[in-house]
Design a protein around this ligand. Structure first.
Ligand SMILES: O=C(O)CCC(=O)C(=O)O
Length: 424
């Protein structure tokens, strides 16, 4: 009620506004010292910081907010901010002597769900965050959904920084889906399911009754001219990798999960590149994948499973901290929708419990260009085909020099742009 009443005033009748009417502010303040305060707490919440980047040589991960203690307004100032890592930090400040018996934990009176984020040596400053509850969420948060026609790349990336993923409805039109499916179907039909790698764990990761079809640039005109040349996809990638420089395509594969398939082991996509895992959650995102639904995906036929906000969890090379299937949300999609995931979110393909439906999703994964592409595009692709593609498509396929953060250039010859060697 107090909040409703105060916000309804729209800034009018605020205490601070009356200060101008006090003839001698110094005397007025001095006579307040030592007297009973009007209130015990004052709460200032500056909201969520959407800042994911700064200059090229720093990045903001988490935030603390504090105010100087007050001599005569509320005894305790509580300052709230949520940083780009999604952690809510509470800071409280008070003057020495303003609180009896000095047990600051009791005084602040908030539950202390997480560890302290720092040791700030100002009188009575007690920062803490809800990080523990974010590390292992007990509920089942879902992912947000955005329509392609109202999407804004900044907003998408902001949501991803909070949740680790987002769904874009209608990223591909029905016409694009139909053409793309028709172009890839013959190769998919001719393919045997299962992994070609002789390794138990990799076989279960690839799926024993899953078909994984690559070389989509060669197979599909729609893929090479529209999907990896999509303004929407590039605007999101530009925003997503803004802080770390150029990106390129890591791999693109149809993942067709066959009837009777069990759930895929949960994983993070950045597992390809061990430095990303070794650096833990503070590592900037190294990949973004657009999981494009080629048919409707359902809980029954193997819709992708994902744990929202698991990109904020701690993980190390030794302990991947992948959570459990129970924590997953089931991300059902209509054909043409995309589940967009960063490299740190825990996810996996769902079980296909149908008798005869193949669940078809194409993952289009881009990675920071400091990392090796998963798919050997430069070796496999016919240069005559690539030559005719738009400039940005040539680049993401690996036929241009790339500039990840602070690099003088990778994929070069004699320190020159590889385009000079190719002559196109
Ligand atoms: O099939 C899916 O829904 C997800 C597959 C996946 O994450 C992968 O294979 O990397």
């Amino acid at each position: 009620m107090i909040i409703d009443h105060t916000t309804a005033q729209k800034g009018a009748d605020m205490m601070i506004g009356y200060l101008a009417h006090i003839p001698n502010q110094r005397d007025w303040m001095l006579q307040k010292l030592g007297r009973k305060r009007m209130s015990a707490f004052e709460l200032s919440n500056v909201g969520t910081s959407t800042t994911l980047r700064g200059a090229s040589n720093f990045a903001i991960e988490n935030m603390l907010f504090s105010q100087s203690p007050s001599a005569f307004s509320a005894a305790i100032k509580v300052s709230v901010v949520t940083g780009p890592d999604g952690r809510l930090a509470l800071g409280s400040t008070w003057q020495e002597g303003a609180i009896e018996n000095g047990n600051r934990d009791d005084v602040v009176g908030f539950p202390r769900p997480g560890r302290s984020t720092g040791d700030v040596k100002s009188a009575g400053f007690t920062p803490f965050s809800t990080s523990e509850s974010l590390h292992q969420p007990s509920g089942k948060p879902t992912l947000r959904r955005v329509r392609r026609d109202v999407l804004n790349a900044k907003e998408i990336v902001r949501i991803m920084s909070e949740d680790g993923a987002v769904v874009i409805e209608g990223l591909l039109t029905q016409d694009q889906v139909a053409r793309y499916n028709a172009e890839t179907e013959p190769a998919l039909a001719a393919m045997h399911p299962g992994s070609l790698v002789d390794h138990e764990e990799i076989q279960s990761f690839h799926g024993r009754n899953t078909k994984r079809l690559c070389n989509l640039t060669t197979l599909s005109k729609t893929f090479r001219e529209e999907v990896i040349n999509s303004d929407t996809i590039h605007s999101i990638c530009d925003e997503f990798f803004h802080m770390t420089g150029d990106y390129w395509l890591s791999t693109a594969q149809v993942m067709s999960i066959g009837p009777g398939s069990p759930r895929q082991p949960l994983h993070r996509d950045h597992g390809n590149w061990y430095p990303a895992r070794a650096m833990g959650p503070s590592m900037p995102e190294s990949s973004i994948s657009f999981l494009l639904a080629q048919n409707n995906t359902t809980e029954e036929n193997g819709a992708t499973l994902a744990i929202p906000r698991s990109h904020l969890w701690d993980f190390t090379l030794e302990n991947d901290n992948l959570g459990s299937y129970e924590q997953c949300t089931i991300v059902e999609l209509n054909a043409g929708d995309a589940l967009v995931i960063g490299g740190k979110i825990v996810h996996g393909g769902g079980a296909n419990r149908t008798k005869d439906i193949w669940r078809k999703v194409t993952t289009v994964m881009f990675c920071n260009a400091a990392f090796t592409q998963e798919e050997a595009f430069q070796i496999v692709l016919d240069r005559e085909l690539v030559k005719k593609l738009p400039e940005r498509v040539k680049k993401v396929l690996g036929f241009r020099t790339v500039y990840p953060l602070q690099s003088p250039g990778l994929n070069t010859l004699n320190n020159d742009d590889i385009a000079a060697y190719l002559g196109w």
